[in-house]
Design a protein around this ligand. Structure first.
Ligand SMILES: Cc1cc2nc3c(=O)[nH]c(=O)nc-3n(C[C@H](O)[C@H](O)[C@H](O)COP(=O)(O)O)c2cc1C
Length: 432
């Protein structure tokens, strides 16, 4: 069996707004209904979680302007308040929201997640990101963003402070004093007095531990520093590596790093990003895939804007038809992703790389629900990962295709869960 998640790749934002199935998105922006319906559908389908991307910057790296971002609806609301609404609308599915460790003070983050753990009855998770653009750092008062590996070192310490705060109450601190004289036993609640290189916090939390005590931790690092953070702290890791060989190598690398940290590799579920194209016949699905490739090929600008955001470098400055420029040594962005661009560009022009890099599939999945279910089984069998993270645009049509078409086929093959056996997100996630 494997696990399923859905990555909402533009967070609490806008999906496929130029497409024919995005509903009344202009009027509905900021309205939670689409996300609540999505959560209910994914729960029906037996998904472990939905994961809300986030960033707190309106990108202006590409052409030094907000024009491309605003024209293309690159806007976001904060996903954290949405988590409570989703939890209220569902009973079992886990909900992961993204937090930037570089900007959230650890105490604020620990308390917020602990509060959400209560409100969701133990179904919340946090996706740790270090965030990349300088503009995001400037929104929080820094002159520029911190260097890539240093911000992972800060994230590691951040996670240690947050973990200590989550543990600042002993499990049985809330007494069951029949006489109502003592609400909490003060000998079981402890300050943490954390004094680190980057963070300090006194503690304890003034918040009772939630049902999970420690909300589920998710991470998506690709660089060595990112993988280390994930291997040390995460319960689930999401990866965008491409191809079954790379998937297998990624899982093996994470397992080895976990062992080095004294952890059991089974305690992390590694999910790989996919964007299935489903239709009633394989030919129809292939035709849709072809149309998508053509649409992507006609949107070089969209690809360049995406690459600019991820790397922090304005790709409009380079000649499209010249050999791919040297960018890896100049980036302070998503390092492993930029390394992928650089490798792809060894024998290609920028235009060629831009047109092939916009894919978000670890493996291409194209066909009927039945044939795609078979493809997923085969890939997972070989790669040895723990599941898939759907990254399709959040439209009611896509959600239904997955929840009501693909998931039943996977369940028929006993590949995904048919029930949630435990009360909390972590228990269900680690149950197989
Ligand atoms: C599935 C997935 C989800 C991600 N979600 C976010 C996000 O919500 N916010 C963000 O700033 N970065 C996000 N990232 C970027 C990662 O945090 C990380 O920077 C990226 O994978 C590159 O890894 P590296 O920083 O170790 O080089 C995501 C990456 C992946 C693969």
């Amino acid at each position: 069996m494997f696990h399923m998640g859905w990555f909402l790749s533009t967070g609490f934002g806008v999906y496929d707004w130029k497409g024919p199935w995005s509903g009344n998105i202009r009027a509905d922006i900021g309205n939670p209904e689409l996300f609540l319906e999505t959560a209910a559908a994914l729960e029906r389908a037996g998904f472990d979680y939905m994961m809300l991307e986030d960033s707190s910057v309106l990108p202006d790296i590409y052409q030094g302007s907000y024009a491309h971002s605003l024209k293309n609806a690159v806007v976001r609301y904060d996903p954290l308040p949405l988590v409570s609404l989703i939890a209220r609308h569902t009973e079992h599915i886990g909900v992961i929201a993204t937090m930037a460790t570089s900007f959230y003070p650890p105490f604020l983050a620990a308390r917020l997640m602990s509060s959400l753990d209560h409100l969701t009855h133990g179904r919340v998770g946090v996706n740790l990101v270090t965030a990349s653009p300088h503009a995001a750092a400037q929104n929080y008062g820094l002159d520029e963003h911190i260097e890539h590996d240093l911000r992972y070192a800060m994230a590691d310490e951040w996670m240690q402070v947050v973990s200590r705060l989550w543990e600042s109450w002993e499990p049985d601190a809330l007494g069951t004093d029949e006489n109502r004289t003592v609400y909490v036993d003060h000998t079981r609640v402890h300050p943490i007095h954390y004094e680190g290189r980057f963070h300090r916090s006194r503690g304890p939390l003034n918040t009772l531990p939630g049902p999970q005590r420690r909300p589920v931790v998710c991470q998506a690092g690709g660089s060595p520093a990112g993988r280390e953070l994930a291997a040390e702290h995460a319960d689930t890791i999401v990866s965008a590596v491409v191809g079954v060989e790379a998937m297998r190598a990624y899982r093996e690398d994470i397992s080895a790093r976990m062992v080095a940290h004294g952890r059991d590799p089974h305690d992390v579920k590694v999910l790989f990003l996919v964007d299935p194209i489903l239709a009633e016949s394989n030919a129809e699905a292939q035709a849709i895939a072809q149309r998508r490739r053509e649409a992507a090929a006609s949107d070089v600008e969209g690809a360049l804007a995406g690459m600019s955001y991820v790397s922090g470098l304005d790709f409009s400055q380079f000649d499209l038809d010249a050999p791919f420029p040297e960018v890896l040594s100049r980036t302070n962005g998503h390092q492993s992703t930029v390394a992928d661009y650089q490798k792809a560009g060894e024998d290609k022009t920028l235009r060629e790389v831009a047109l092939t890099r916009s894919v978000k599939d670890s493996i291409p999945l194209v066909g009927t629900p039945a044939s795609v279910a078979d493809q997923m089984a085969e890939a997972m069998e070989y790669a040895g990962g723990d599941g898939f993270l759907i990254a399709s645009a959040v439209t009611r049509r896509n959600v239904s295709a997955i929840a009501d078409g693909l998931a039943p086929e996977l369940r028929r093959r006993d590949l995904i869960r048919s029930s949630y056996d435990y009360g909390t997100f972590r228990e269900n996630l680690l149950s197989f």
